[in-house]
Design a protein around this ligand. Structure first.
Ligand code: ADP
Length: 270
């Protein structure tokens, strides 16, 4: 990464309407391949935004950048008003140090297609691990909170089971509880139903529905399930070639897409 000029970017976003997540002309390249092309994307606090689009359009890269799993080649990402991978020093933005990165990462929870639960721990231990060992929360408090979350995802009665004893849908519900146990400000969902058998998809989407309905969490989701996206999103963004080709309320985007590429994509996935 060369020293790019970030002088045009604010050191922090301030004011009453600061988005919880803000991509400002974010560019990501792998060699010659431009994966995100000066992307602008804001997600308001409490908003559920879904990203749809053809394979290779950069959807997962957006989530990976928020997890700081990828370097940024241009632009700045802000989370809760603070630059994610940069920090202010002497009045300008410089690359963040590991302490800043750690702090910023703690704002973000993620659920992947593959649940990645710790196999040697029970459902409850999986949920308690981060709060106790990363956040330093007392064990009793972490246990109470984890039990509450497992109850919320309908897994209270399985809390002492190891992942190998649970179905895919059950494991994914534990993974959601585990991410929430870290009290993130933003939750990311990356194709959380695509590795699941069709008959258990509903139990996972219902948990996410509940989160949307009952919690004021900011969420960014990538999915191929158009019906689900339509049902639960506040806004849907159609990605094409590393940019947002079209975005809008689900009824508008699915019911009356304006751009030809959106129309083609939606008719192909129907
Ligand atoms: P989507 O989630 O929309 O399918 P991705 O964000 O996973 O797309 O990938 C966007 C593009 O970036 C694809 O062309 C993919 O091949 C490429 N890509 C992703 N990760 C890497 C990598 N580590 N190295 C090189 N190219 C990559």
């Amino acid at each position: 990464m060369t020293d790019e000029d970030l002088s045009g970017f604010p050191l922090a976003l301030e004011g009453p309407d600061v988005p919880m997540v803000s991509f400002r002309t974010v560019t990501k390249r792998y060699g010659e391949l431009v994966v995100l092309d000066a992307l602008n994307l804001d997600v308001a606090e409490g908003e559920m935004v879904t990203v749809i689009g053809p394979s290779g359009s950069g959807k997962t890269t957006v989530l990976r950048m928020l997890m700081t799993l990828e370097t940024i080649n241009g632009g700045v990402i802000y989370v809760d008003g603070k630059p994610l991978t940069h920090m202010p020093r002497n009045g300008r933005l410089v690359r963040a140090d590991s302490r800043h990165l750690r702090q910023m990462r703690s704002n973000i929870g993620m659920c992947f297609q593959h649940f990645n639960l710790f196999p040697h721990m029970t459902a409850l231990e999986n949920c308690m691990e981060g709060p106790v060992h990363v956040l330093g929360i007392p064990k009793a408090e972490a246990r109470a909170r984890s039990e509450e979350l497992l109850d919320m995802v309908g897994m209270a009665d399985k809390r002492d089971q190891h992942p190998s004893r649970l179905s895919g849908g059950q494991q994914q519900r534990v993974a959601i509880a585990r991410a929430l146990a870290m009290r993130p400000k933003v939750m990311l969902f990356d194709e959380v139903t695509s590795a699941l058998d069709p008959e258990v998809i509903g139990e996972v989407t219902n948990v996410i529905r509940r989160l949307v309905a009952e919690h004021n969490l900011t969420m960014l989701m990538v999915t191929h399930q158009m019906g689900f996206a339509k049902d639960i999103s506040d806004r849907v963004c159609f990605f094409y070639g590393g940019r947002i080709e079209e975005q809008g309320a689900p009824d508008e985007l699915f019911g009356n897409p304006q751009k030809e590429r959106t129309q083609q994509f939606l008719s192909a996935v129907k």
